[in-house]
Design a protein around this ligand. Structure first.
Ligand SMILES: Nc1ncnc2c1ncn2[C@@H]1O[C@H](COP(=O)(O)OP(=O)(O)OP(=O)(O)O)[C@@H](O)[C@H]1O
Ligand SMILES: [Mg+2]
Length: 354
């Protein structure tokens, strides 16, 4: 059974449509990530699920219980949904202990123990309980916000870009803590993030949001390899998009002849490859007759373990005038060919038709 069901959710602020016919199912115990450009409506969607905003139309249910079906709405505090807002938003005038215990009743004899348990769960030192939020680092504050959201044992946890203010190293370690806590507590979760690699690694289900619509929902791997359009392709990682002519299960393009899954497709189309599908070899080692193409390295940007290479392809036939001609690929810096050298490009795997 699905834990969370959204059906045909619509929401506008005046003339601005921020949610349009949104349908989404989130399975019990699973992790969903929502990605999308700034202003696409991600926070608004989470706030509607949490009960801080109300849709104009549509239905929201959790574990079979209707939370919203206009005009009926279950109040936010009765939804058993934990919410870590985009800015963490701890109460500045309350101690850490008071922040974490905010939603727990004062009559609850076990409250101090529950707060101590939560501190341990998010790996914070119990000595910080008496501190004030401004005395904690950004990463520590995020953990307090997570502990506060977990206090009432929610069935669903909503995380709105909880790691965005943290530097790379801290981000990775806090993310691991959060993933561990979610796994230990078995809570269903939805993470909003701008970071594609975070979304791809966190999620069982990934949703791409654009201008108030969920343009694609599925397994991260499927969305990465088979995006619905060019924008979704570029949003989830580097993409090489070139024009091709399709015939009998092959895409003929500037990069050579690449297999496609759909043998019935014919005619002109745009195809997409992920850069890791391209292999660069020096021209001396390439076997005669192997399918691929020659390219010249025109730029090389050193980026630590990998370098970003700009490659110039030879002139394409006239009917491919919208061709890529210039493509960018990453190569391990240690093996990166020099600027000015000619390389032989081969493609691994299938091309995806956009
Ligand atoms: N209370 C409000 N009143 C009017 N407009 C609003 C309100 N809340 C959000 N908006 C507008 O709705 C749109 C979607 O906002 P939202 O915060 O949901 O986007 P987002 O996808 O979370 O963006 P970001 O990635 O920048 O956090 C924006 O254009 C925003 O200005
Ligand atoms: Mg937002």
């Amino acid at each position: 059974m699905s834990t969370l069901e959204l059906n045909a959710i619509d929401k506008s602020y005046g003339p601005l449509r921020v949610a349009e016919k949104i349908d989404l199912s989130v399975e019990a115990g699973s992790r969903t990530a929502i990605v999308g450009p700034s202003g696409s409506g991600k926070t608004t969607l989470l706030r509607m699920i949490a009960g801080f905003e109300f849709p104009d139309r549509g239905r929201i249910s959790l574990d079979g219980k209707v939370l919203f079906d206009a005009p009926a709405a279950v109040p936010a505090h009765q939804r058993r949904i934990g919410y870590v807002p985009q800015d963490g938003a701890l109460f500045p005038h309350m101690s850490i202990a008071a922040n974490i215990g905010f939603g727990l009743s004062d009559n609850n004899a076990g409250k101090p123990q529950r707060v101590a348990e939560l501190m341990e769960l998010v790996e914070l030192d119990a000595r910080m309980l008496k501190s004030w939020p401004h005395e904690l680092s950004g990463g520590q504050q995020q953990r307090v916000a997570l502990a506060r959201a977990l206090a009432q044992r929610p069935t669903l946890m909503l995380l709105d870009e909880p790691f965005s203010a943290l530097d790379t190293g801290l981000r990775t370690s806090i993310r691991k803590v959060v993933e561990q806590v979610l796994a230990e507590t078995g809570v269903t979760s939805i993470l909003v993030t701008h970071d594609q690699s975070e979304a791809l690694s966190f999620a069982d289900q990934l949703a791409v949001m654009r201008k108030g619509k969920l343009v694609q929902v599925g397994r991260p791997r499927d969305l990465y390899l088979y995006p619905s359009d060019e924008e979704a392709a570029r949003f989830l990682g580097d993409a090489i998009i070139v024009p091709a002519r399709l015939e009998s299960g092959w895409a003929n393009c500037e990069l050579g002849q690449i297999p496609i899954f759909d043998r019935t497709r014919t005619g002109n189309a745009q195809i997409m490859l992920r850069p890791e599908q391209l292999q660069l070899r020096d021209t001396v080692t390439c076997e005669n007759g192997s399918d691929g193409c020659l390219a010249t390295v025109t730029e090389s940007d050193f980026g630590g373990h990998a370098s970003l290479l700009t490659l110039q392809l030879p002139s394409a036939p006239l009917d491919m005038h919208r061709g890529a001609r210039v493509i960018q690929v990453r190569s391990l810096s240690i093996h990166a060919p020099k600027v000015g050298s000619t390389v032989f490009l081969t493609v691994m795997g299938h091309a995806h038709i956009l």
